[in-house]
Every structure is written in structure tokens, then in C-alpha cells.
Design a protein. Structure first.
Length: 355
């Protein structure tokens, strides 16, 4: 039976990063309509923008995969079975610290390179941070959105950092809750979306896909569903059916709200697992993109919007713009990884973690 391993995760991340780039390039805003030539207009709205709204599910895909992977990592780190819930606080802190360093090391590398470049493109520190050192510090730590919303984030896309950092910090508690009562954990994560907590700035919307990913990991649902679908036809049919149902619910009943995105993300990941991963050359392309997805998430806004917008949109035709941005982002990420290897950046950051 094909397990949902790191390769499968990277393939799904590859799908997610493609959704991310489409979502941001053609975001449904009338101000964006003139930036590209659409292949089709629906009621004077480019079809690319209609699709872009749906592509926001990429956030839930990343979070679901994070919850899934973190659950597995936690078990391995603590050398405990899923039944035994007696994990000491010291191990919890080590686990959280190690994973925080891992995600922040990538973030800091991008920050140090791309933020100072703003001085060359009319995007200065003072415009976003002023003279308040707290704004500099919180954005450098990736938590500016948590305290101040979008007001002091140098790169607006980095709001996601606040979400994932909060989830990483409270993960051991979420794990224990899931072990104790899985259904209660899921129910609370759904109810939490409808609780208005001003200082969280919408972070509460994203607990559901993360905890759902943990739930899937606990019960090994991906592999179980794959085992039930013993033919390629069943796998393709079920995957497409779930995506279509998710789309219908999201568009018809939820008016493109994110409340159902945990299940929508599940359908997309299941499709990548049961269909895309069985196509060798195509799955390899997605896997490569997935390996660079963290880098691309962190810097792509600088490329398509802040610094090189005119170049990216100069191709005019939507599909050409999209392919161009994907290739440019992949190339930049490859170069960044080469630089990291030369200066031994990852080795240096590894010294900050606990063995």
C-alpha cells in the first residue's frame, strides 16, 4: 500500500504553490482586470479572476499538510506511540523550538535578501515600520500580523507566518486534545472560525484545516481511502467527485468563504495522492515545485508585485504571465538554495536546534 510520505507531501505542496501563484496574479479585483488579457470574460469578470478566488484554498492545503506532517514528526521526536500521551514539557518545548527554527531560518534568509532590496524600488523600511523598533522586531519574527494586522508587514503575504507560528507553538496542546477526543478537537476548530477575537486578526479561521490534517494523520485516512479504491477508475472518480462537491458547496452555499476549505483542501490533496502521484513525469514536476514551495511563498510577492510587476505582466496574456512567474520563481528558489549550500546556511541554523 502506497503510504502518504514526504514525496506525497511535496507533490501536494507543488499543487498548492501553483494555486497560490494563480490566486495572487489574478486576484478578483477590478483594479487587476486591466493587467492581463483574459481568455474568457464572464459578466465582465475575467475567468482567471473567478478561478483565482477558488485558488485561495491553497492556504488550507498548506495548513492541512502542516498538521499532518507535524503530527507524524511529533510522534517520532518523542518516541511515543499514538496511545501514550504522557509527553513531558521539556520535550514539547524542544519540539516546538526545533520546528520554529526550521521555518524561521527560511523566512529570515528571504527577509535579509529581499527587504533591503526595497530601498532600490521605492519601498523603504520607514514607510512600513516608521521609527518604532517593535514593528521591525515583530515583522522580523514573522508575527506582525498577529498584533497589528496588515499595517506593519513589509510583505503582505507574510500574514501566513503569524498563523503557522501560533499553530506550531500550541501544537503539543492540540495533539493532546486530539488524542483525548478527536471529534471534540475538530468541532472546536470549526466553531472557533465563528468567534470574533480582534487581536487574532483572523488567525482563528485557519485552525480547522490544521487540526483536520492532524486528524487525518492520526487515523491514516489517506492510505485507508487509497486502499479502498483498488482501481485507477475508482481513485480518479472519487477524487474528482470530492473536488466537484467541494466547489459546488463553496460557490453556491458559502459564496466563496473559507469556512469549507478544510474539506476542499482534503479533496485536492487526495487527488494529488491518488491520481497525480501515479503519473511519473508529471508527479516529478509537482514534487520539485513542492520542495521549493516554502521559498516561493515567502518571496513571490516581491517578484510579481513589489519589485518586478511591470516585467511579469508585460507578457499580457494570462497563461503566459502565469507560466513565466512559475518559472522565474522556481529559478530564483534554486539559486537561493545554491547560495545556502555554499555559505552553509542550513548547517549554521541547525546548530540552533536541539538534537
Amino acid at each position: 500500500m502506497m503510504i502518504f510520505d514526504k514525496r506525497q507531501t511535496n507533490i501536494a505542496k507543488g499543487v498548492a504553490v501553483l494555486l497560490l501563484l494563480w490566486h495572487h496574479l489574478f486576484y478578483n479585483n477590478p483594479k487587476n482586470y486591466g493587467k492581463f488579457i483574459s481568455v474568457l470574460n464572464i459578466n465582465n469578470v475575467p475567468v482567471e479572476s473567478v478561478i483565482a478566488d477558488l485558488c485561495k484554498v491553497c492556504v488550507a492545503v498548506f495548513l492541512l499538510l502542516s498538521g499532518y506532517g507535524l503530527y507524524r514528526s511529533y510522534q517520532n521526536f518523542c518516541n511515543e506511540t499514538i496511545v501514550n500521551n504522557r509527553i513531558d514539557v521539556k520535550k514539547d518545548c524542544k519540539f516546538v523550538w526545533n520546528h520554529w527554527i526550521k521555518i524561521m531560518s527560511g523566512y529570515w534568509f528571504i527577509y535579509i535578501i529581499f527587504v533591503p532590496m526595497g530601498l532600490l524600488f521605492g519601498r523603504s523600511f520607514l514607510a512600513y515600520y516608521g521609527l518604532n523598533p517593535i514593528y521591525y522586531l515583530t515583522d522580523f519574527l514573522g508575527i506582525s500580523y498577529l498584533f497589528f494586522g496588515y499595517n506593519t508587514i513589509f510583505n503582505v503575504t507574510w500574514w501566513f507566518m503569524s498563523v503557522i507560528i501560533v499553530l506550531y507553538i500550541i501544537f503539543p496542546l492540540l495533539y493532546k486534545l486530539l488524542i483525548w477526543q478527536s471529534e471534540i478537537a475538530l468541532s472546536l476548530s470549526i466553531l472557533f472560525m465563528f468567534v470574533n477575537i480582534p487581536f487574532l486578526h483572523g488567525v482563528n479561521y485557519w485552525f480547522a484545516p490544521f487540526i483536520f490534517g492532524m486528524y487525518i494523520s492520526k487515523y491514516n485516512l489517506f492510505a485507508r481511502i487509497l486502499n479502498l479504491c483498488d482501481t485507477a477508475l475508482k481513485r480518479v472518480s472519487l477524487s474528482i467527485l470530492l473536488i466537484v462537491v467541494s466547489l459546488c458547496i463553496r460557490v453556491t452555499f458559502l459564496q466563496n468563504k473559507v469556512y469549507f476549505d478544510a474539506f476542499f483542501a482534503f479533496a485536492i490533496i487526495l487527488f494529488s495522492y491518488m491520481v497525480l502521484s501515479s503519473i511519473p513525469k508529471l508527479s516529478k514536476c509537482f514534487e520539485i515545485l513542492g520542495k521549493h514551495s516554502a521559498n516561493i511563498f515567502m518571496f513571490h510577492t516581491f517578484i510579481y508585485s513589489y519589485y518586478f510587476s511591470n516585467i511579469i505582466y508585460s507578457l499580457r496574456y494570462s497563461l503566459a504571465i502565469y507560466v513565466f512567474l512559475v518559472l522565474v520563481c522556481l529559478l530564483i528558489s534554486v539559486v537561493l538554495e545554491k547560495i545556502k549550500k555554499v555559505i552553509k546556511y542550513n548547517h549554521l541554523m541547525q546548530k540552533l536546534t536541539f538534537v
